[in-house]
Design a protein around this ligand. Structure first.
Ligand SMILES: Cc1cc2nc3c(=O)[nH]c(=O)nc-3n(C[C@H](O)[C@H](O)[C@H](O)COP(=O)(O)OP(=O)(O)OC[C@H]3O[C@@H](n4cnc5c(N)ncnc54)[C@H](O)[C@@H]3O)c2cc1C
Ligand SMILES: NC(=O)C1=CN([C@@H]2O[C@H](COP(=O)(O)OP(=O)(O)OC[C@H]3O[C@@H](n4cnc5c(N)ncnc54)[C@H](OP(=O)(O)O)[C@@H]3O)[C@@H](O)[C@H]2O)C=CC1
Ligand code: HEM
Ligand SMILES: [Cu+2]
Ligand SMILES: [Fe+3]
Length: 488
């Protein structure tokens, strides 16, 4: 990657540029203690961003070849003498081996980049521990949320935020400036007591995904049980037929599309509920209940899980005719027909139904892929707000409509066929239609001109209570009723 590309801060004005009185952050000498993966990536990145770099190692001769030639690799004490800002790229367990350097480190800024292996593994955070070992130095916590890989590949491809905290404002500002010149976005997390929280962040496993994943698993379990009863248990009890072979593919491939379809409708349901609430209260400044807020914030993950299930469903569906069981059944039907001397078994309606529902299914999956692609940060960043919300909101809704067509053409008249009701249980697809159809009908109602107009006005800040106030300032009766219905 080119130097110029990496040196450019991603977000706006580096605070050093417009300020000629201050020594520019780049050009400054930065120290790095340690010569491991993190130290090496950090040194490369610092050099690329225009800093002078001194690396302090216990064994500089052996390690020098691992670093770019522009970086100086020397003994720990030598390196520390040459700079005021030192990144400590050493594991917590080895901090105490640095104690000999305490005198040279006095008055300097130490940046603690360390991570733990478990959440809240130690009593005090690594940064506070470092500060206790070097009371004469100033410790700043930061950079632990970016990986060695992100440092090397450039902030453009990875996480751009660097969370920083320290009890010393001046030191924190210096480190934030360095982060900015390196192309990261520094985020001030306050004083040292936040270090523990910052150290826990890289250890959390998919926090935003927990609820959506449980939701998807829950739906999967429900639909799986339902389909198992219909497709395996029912034939066993009623006709003593063993249909266990259906479990790995057929039952799964009835369950997955149902989960995908319901999840997709659950992405667009909260927007409908939000609109209902806004219409009812006549304002957008009223807080939604917590559950709705949470739901709105998890739509991306729910949508991506829906896409994942749909993609699996498509592959499973392609494999249906590939199975041996399918061939046996095909031959069986052919033999039966030969015995009965039937020649023409072509049913025009069945042919058209299948051609249409598969084609429509493919279009639905194509639309969902588009949504999934635009949710990648690098693609999302290249779209403006209007383009992104058009794809997410409008195309996403169209995907829901097309999926509904797919499901309806697949189901066809089966809902009205008595033989399809196993133990009085209706075909699975009829159950899945409930939420999506509600969402679609609600969206259609909201797009009626009068309601749409009102909703748009509310979303631009108009309020029911205020409106009365402006129009009828003299009518006291109206005025007070306007006041009570206002929720602000
Ligand atoms: C495969 C796939 C990928 C997806 N990827 C993403 C993604 O990357 N990012 C993403 O955001 N979504 C993603 N989604 C979810 C979904 O597409 C979007 O959330 C979409 O914008 C929802 O459209 P909507 O019309 O229902 O709601 P919106 O366009 O959000 O409109 C509903 C209305 O509700 C109100 N409202 C909405 N959210 C809030 C809120 N938080 N607080 C207050 N009011 C609010 C507003 O008044 C808004 O006008 C994805 C979905 C799928 C299927
Ligand atoms: N790797 C990553 O992606 C990330 C790492 N970090 C943090 O960065 C720090 C370093 O990680 P990483 O570079 O991966 O680890 P490495 O094991 O690759 O490097 C650790 C370095 O510490 C130095 N060191 C100093 N004193 C000792 C000692 N007594 N015993 C052993 N080594 C010592 C060594 O350099 P020398 O022999 O030259 O003295 C060694 O190369 C850790 O605190 C880690 O949590 C944070 C975020 C991401
Ligand atoms: C390439 C894309 C797709 C193909 C080839 C495809 C194919 C199929 C097939 C063959 C079936 C019948 C399964 C069976 O015989 O048991 C089916 C059913 C179904 N599909 Fe799709 N599909 C696709 C995409 C989608 C998408 C994107 C959705 C929704 C998000 C979806 C939702 C459904 C549903 C709900 C059923 C009914 C399941 C049931 O109750 O049995 N499909 N699809
Ligand atoms: Cu411990
Ligand atoms: Fe430990």
């Amino acid at each position: 990657m080119s130097r110029g590309d990496m040196a450019k801060p991603l977000l706006g004005h580096g605070s050093t540029e417009g300020d000629p009185g201050v020594t520019p952050a780049s050009g400054r000498t930065i120290g790095v203690l340690g010569s491991g993966d993190f130290a090496r990536s950090l040194a490369i990145r610092l050099v690329c961003s225009g800093f002078k770099v001194v690396v302090g190692s216990r064994n500089p001769k052996r390690k020098a070849s691992l670093f770019p030639s522009a970086a100086e690799v020397t003994f720990q004490a030598e390196a520390v003498k040459k700079t005021d800002v030192i990144f400590v790229a050493v594991f917590r367990e080895h901090y105490s081996t640095l104690c000999d350097l305490a005198d040279v480190l006095a008055g300097k800024i130490l940046v603690d980049v360390s991570n733990n292996t478990e959440i809240n593994h130690h009593k005090e955070s690594n940064a506070e521990y470092l500060a206790s070992l070097f009371p004469a130095s100033t410790v700043v916590k930061g950079f632990n949320v970016v990986s060695a890989w992100t440092l090397q590949s450039g902030a453009r491809d990875g996480n751009k935020q660097v969370l920083i905290c320290s009890n010393n404002q001046e030191a924190k500002r210096t480190v934030a400036e360095i982060a900015q010149v390196m192309g990261f976005t520094p985020v001030d997390m306050g004083c040292m007591s936040s270090a523990c929280e910052i150290e826990n962040i890289p250890l959390r496993l998919l926090p935003a995904w927990k609820i959506p994943i449980f939701l998807a698993l829950g739906l999967f379990l429900c639909f799986f049980t339902y389909n198992l009863i219909r497709q395996v248990i029912h034939p066993f009890i009623r006709e003593q037929k063993n249909k266990l072979y259906k479990i790995p593919i057929e039952v799964v491939n009835t369950t997955l599309p149902c989960v995908s379809y319901v999840l997709l409708s659950l992405v667009y349901l909260p927007g409908v509920l939000a609109a209902c609430s806004q219409l009812y209260y006549g304002t957008k400044y009223r807080r939604f209940p917590d559950w709705l807020d949470q739901w709105l914030q998890h739509r991306k993950q729910i949508g991506l899980l829906s896409f994942f299930c749909a993609a699996l469903h498509a592959v499973y569906s392609l494999c249906l005719p590939m199975r041996r069981s399918h061939r046996y059944l095909l031959i069986e039907t052919a033999v039966k027909q030969a015995v009965e001397k039937k020649m023409n078994i072509w049913v025009e309606e069945e042919v058209w139904r299948m051609e249409i529902y598969i084609s429509v299914g493919i279009i639905a999956l194509g639309l969902l892929s588009l949504l999934a692609i635009t949710s990648l940060p690098s693609i999302a960043n290249s779209l403006n707000w209007r383009e992104f919300s058009f794809i997410q909101s409008s195309l996403g809704f169209i995907a829901l409509v097309v999926s509904t067509l797919h499901t309806l053409t697949y189901g066809w008249s089966r809902a009205f066929d008595e033989n399809q009701y196993k133990f009085y249980l209706p075909p699975t697809y009829t159950l899945t239609l409930l939420v999506p159809c509600t969402v679609i009908i609600a969206k259609v109602i909201f797009s009626l001109p009068c309601i749409r107009h009102r909703l748009l006005r509310i979303r631009r800040g108009w309020e029911k209570g205020r409106y009365v106030k402006f129009v009828l300032p003299s009518a006291t009766g109206e005025y007070s009723s306007g006041e009570t219905s206002s929720n602000v």
